[in-house]
Design a protein around this ligand. Structure first.
Ligand SMILES: Cc1ncc(COP(=O)(O)O)c(C=O)c1O
Length: 387
């Protein structure tokens, strides 16, 4: 019995594999510091846990409508609409099993086999897999030197393409798109009749004076060609709940609901109730987390720069993405990360995972003492490479 070509084309998430490896090493007694993590280290808010307890006690543990409960869709339409400054109706919202699932469903709803889809480097590795999985073809576009979008290069690649994946704040660089840049890409999308999938999973996590604007906020025309995906994992520390959504035109929301009803069925009932509780009243902890991430970002980036690594200041998410070129050998970022793991038990993610072998990704979703330890280990390692 053969594994199908389609299934074999998916290698499995490199970052998840690294994070799992780090956990295994720690469990075997090694003193590992993992900066591979893509999840907040904060505990899920108490109000969210309490909502789950109440739902279990009340027996709300059965199938819900395939696109999510009416009350969660209404809460999402209200909260997502308010935060993006637009009117959204529940018929423009479908609840999914996670943001990852949301973006896979959005791709199913938008692509035909062979369609060219633009991926803007540095790009989260899962987009590549998701695009291939639906039979479309990823087309990669390199960034500007500051890791922001190169609109000229995007315009050149847009000829013959069908869609583009956006992610602001960006995993892995933390780059936050300006409104001007978003208007620029929407103009390109209009000229070449591209759809846009806007991954807004880190939208709430920005630091400094540039909030993450959703392209949905930029006019009626944009709303006709954009599907936004979002979820509870990152800003509410609800990674294990596996809950997300797609926001967009009714026809696409209905198509996604139909696919979901025939494949996975409804999203987890308890996770839906839990998310709804957090949308109706943002848990008190969240604002404090944003401030803590900002402090950690500042500590980490200052430390990296002191070690001689060039690093643009990330405006959001919880990753730094410095240029490691001076410290690389012929094995590139993977070789560097492998040596670092071996010699210092420090886990970073190679930039090759994101299409930029010159860089490495460090998550700062870990406490300040661990950040300090990580910087010490990295400093020792880089010093040994210099020598
Ligand atoms: C850019 C991006 N989108 C989506 C996700 C997945 O979110 P979820 O946990 O809701 O599937 C991640 C997680 O790392 C991410 O970095």
């Amino acid at each position: 019995m053969k594994v199908s070509q389609r299934a074999s084309s998916v290698a499995g998430s490199a970052t998840l594999a690294l994070a799992t490896r780090a956990k295994e090493m720690a469990a075997s007694g090694l003193d590992v510091v993992s900066m591979a993590v893509g999840e907040p280290d904060f505990s899920t808010p108490e109000a969210v846990r309490e909502a789950v307890r109440v739902s279990v006690a009340d027996g709300r543990v059965r199938y819900t409508p395939a696109g999510g409960t009416a009350s969660l869709r209404a809460a999402l339409a209200g909260a997502a609409g308010r935060s993006r400054g637009i009117e959204l109706s529940p018929s423009q919202v479908v609840v999914t099993h996670s943001c990852k699932h949301a973006l896979n469903l959005a791709l199913v709803a938008l692509t035909e086999p062979g369609d060219r889809v633009l991926l803007l480097e540095p790009v989260w590795g899962s987009y590549d897999a998701a695009v291939r999985w639906v039979g479309a073809e990823p087309v990669r576009v390199a960034p500007r030197a500051d890791l922001g979008p190169d609109l000229d290069a995007i315009a050149a690649a847009a000829r013959g393409a069908r869609g583009v994946m956006l992610n602001s704040p960006t995993n892995p660089s933390g780059f936050v798109w300006s409104d001007e840049e978003l208007r620029g890409i929407l103009a390109i999308a209009e000229e070449h009749d591209l759809w846009v999938i806007s991954d807004e999973i880190y939208r709430r996590l920005t630091y400094g004076d540039r909030p993450a604007t959703s392209p949905l906020s930029l006019g009626e025309g944009a709303r006709e060609r954009v599907l936004a995906v979002d979820g509870a994992s990152k800003s509410l520390a609800m990674t294990g709940f596996r809950i997300g959504c797609v926001l967009g035109p009714e026809a696409h929301v209905q198509a996604i609901t139909n696919i979901q009803s025939e494949t996975t069925g409804c999203p987890n009932a308890l996770s839906q109730d839990a998310w709804e509780s957090a949308l109706l009243e943002e848990p008190a902890e969240v604002a404090g987390w944003v401030a803590a991430f900002q402090r950690r970002r500042d500590l980490l980036v200052a430390g990296l720069r002191e070690l001689g690594l060039e690093c643009t200041l990330p405006g959001g998410a919880f990753y730094a993405f410095p240029d490691a070129t001076p410290f690389l050998d012929e094995r590139g970022s993977e070789g560097l990360c492998a040596d670092l793991l071996e010699s210092e038990q420090l886990v970073l993610v190679p930039g090759s995972v994101f299409g930029m072998d010159s860089h490495v990704r460090l998550s700062y979703a870990l406490g300040e003492p661990d950040l300090e330890r990580a910087l010490k280990r990295l400093g020792r390692f880089l010093e040994s490479r210099r020598g």
